[in-house]
Design a protein around this ligand. Sequence first.
Ligand code: FES
Length: 261
Amino acid sequence: MARKFTGYVIDNEILAKDIFRLKIESDSLTQIANVGQFVNIKCSNGLEHLLRRPISLMDVDKENGTFDLGFQVKGEGTKFLSEKKKGDSLDIIGPSGNYFDLNSDYKKVAIIGGGIGVFPLYYLLKNLKSCKKDVFLGFRQKQYVIMEDEFKMFSDDLYIGTDDGSYGYKGFIINYFKMMLEKNRYDIIYACGPTLMLKGISNLAKDFNINCQISLEQRMGCGIGACLVCACKIKMGKQWEYKHVCKDGPVFWSDEVIFDE
Ligand code: FES
């Protein structure tokens, strides 16, 4: 159940150009957080930017009562966060949203992420036990490749690609993933990244008949189900209806989601 609390910044590290990893202390969140959830942070000291910014949990350390958030500076709100220093306080609501299905029957797992969509997948990866984990990460260019060592530590095989070929596989990582799907059988795919990538992965999951969960990266307003900013179309039998990514997601089974053409 999401609750409002004050978190204190422990560290704010730059991972790549405009991409940050913020470590926050808060015992109350870490004890109840689940894999795939997010927090809503107030990104101002005053009344400006009243809307909160939703940011996925990229790591949770229950023992030390800290959690990490990864984000990219895209506007005033995230710029505000990028300037936070050790000891600063933040007004946070969370943990919010649903979480990934970590069924122990899944013995061979594929994780695929693109850009800053890799952040929630790191927390997922760390929490997957007793299964083989193949991880596929795609970035625009070498300078945006992040968290390679951390992912390597917890995955069995890690494949990295860049759109321009400046590091690892050249091209969209989903193309490499498709080649691997032709040779490997996975029990489930977990994915997070740009919508176009998630749409492609959902199609692959359907073609190869594999369970697939995706975490949708949607623009959000209120973050608590009170507006329609984060609406997405979800199949309901032969019909569909709008669901809220913030309240009903952000994690959905890929075969439920209707992507716009
Ligand atoms: Fe307002 Fe989801 S952000 S309903």
